[in-house]
Design a protein. Sequence first.
Length: 203
Amino acid sequence: MKKDYYKLLIFFLIIFLCTGAGYRGSLPDIDAEFETQREAIPQPTKPIFNTSGQNNLNPKYKKAPRENPQYIDIILKKDKTSPYINDLNDVIALLEKMKKCIDNNGSVQKFNAIASSIIDHADFMAEKYADRPEKYYISFVKLQNIAAEARTLATLRCEAQVYLKYLTYQGEGQIYSPNSINTQIELFREQLDITIHILKDAT
């Protein structure tokens, strides 16, 4: 009998603990608690560049302003203690000008004027670097060579304008013929391209 009594007591105790008890009250207001934190979260910054994904299919790039010393000192970040680089860039601009003159079939006068500038720069550098290691650089040697070729071709074209009035294309006058002159210009053009490439590599 006592066993039944204890069993019944335990049964009611379990029911009391499991069904009648629980948390009574209100839950905290989470939205209010975190409102200040939401306001503190930075908003995404609007990009200042184009995000449409459309790129210019035909961009036009400006040529490097090698004639501008600031381009050499600031953009290329070359050693300002080495004037050889600046001198080469001055000559590169002249060589490219000569190349354009040949491509556009420029006059003899224009060709000779540019050739004179190239020769002057080459002579200036030959004197400036006479006792320096730069005179052994391949860029220095090629510059001196192209200047000598420019001098020879300029002289040849000047003589052709004078002597062709008195000489035929046979014998002594053959070297002044248009075909011979054009051949010499084309050979000079090839050496000009090679020299420009070497000088640009050096800078």
